[in-house]
Design a protein around this ligand. Structure first.
Ligand SMILES: [Zn+2]
Ligand SMILES: [Zn+2]
Length: 155
């Protein structure tokens, strides 16, 4: 654990390798590169983004390998899968319970620390709460600073 931020609990690459082995997957150079890329990335990349970053440097990298590797990590509880926008699952190596802020314009995703120990179960009587996922939607500072294209009011 290298992060000092208590709201960030990064799963180590070693733990991810162990999880893949437990899932019956061999640690190939391709899978090792995917694990390293995800473990060191706080941006919540999609499978496509990871594939695009690695395809040039890792020989015979395929999108299917990226997808299957990430899927095995999610099923082993070693990374989170977020569906924040239709058709693009994002992967999250921060396994500390947290919320997310998503920019409407560029899609940037940021971790938001969870507030104090609220009695969440009491809010949904008769339901056993496994997780709470909250999404804050808005504009990141970069997009808020850039003037959006305005329609001409004279037409
Ligand atoms: Zn933005
Ligand atoms: Zn996150």
């Amino acid at each position: 654990m290298i992060d000092r931020d208590p709201t960030v609990v990064r799963v180590t690459t070693e733990a991810m390798f162990a999880g893949l082995r437990d899932s019956g997957l061999k640690i190939t150079p391709q899978r090792a590169a995917i694990v390293r890329e995800l473990a060191g990335d706080p941006s919540h990349p999609t499978a496509q983004e990871i594939f695009d970053r690695l395809r040039g440097s890792v020989p015979s990298m395929s999108f299917a390998t990226v997808y299957n590797t990430l899927d095995a990590l999610v099923r082993s509880g070693l990374c989170g899968a977020l569906s924040l926008a239709p058709g693009a699952t994002r992967f999250d190596a921060n396994m500390h319970a947290h919320h997310h802020a998503v920019c409407d314009q560029c899609g940037m995703v940021r971790d938001v620390p969870r507030e104090g120990p609220a009695d969440l179960a009491a809010r949904v009587p008769g339901f056993s709460v496994r997780a709470v996922e909250r999404i804050y939607r808005g504009l990141c500072s970069e997009c808020a600073g850039a003037a959006p294209p305005q329609p001409d009011p004279s037409h």
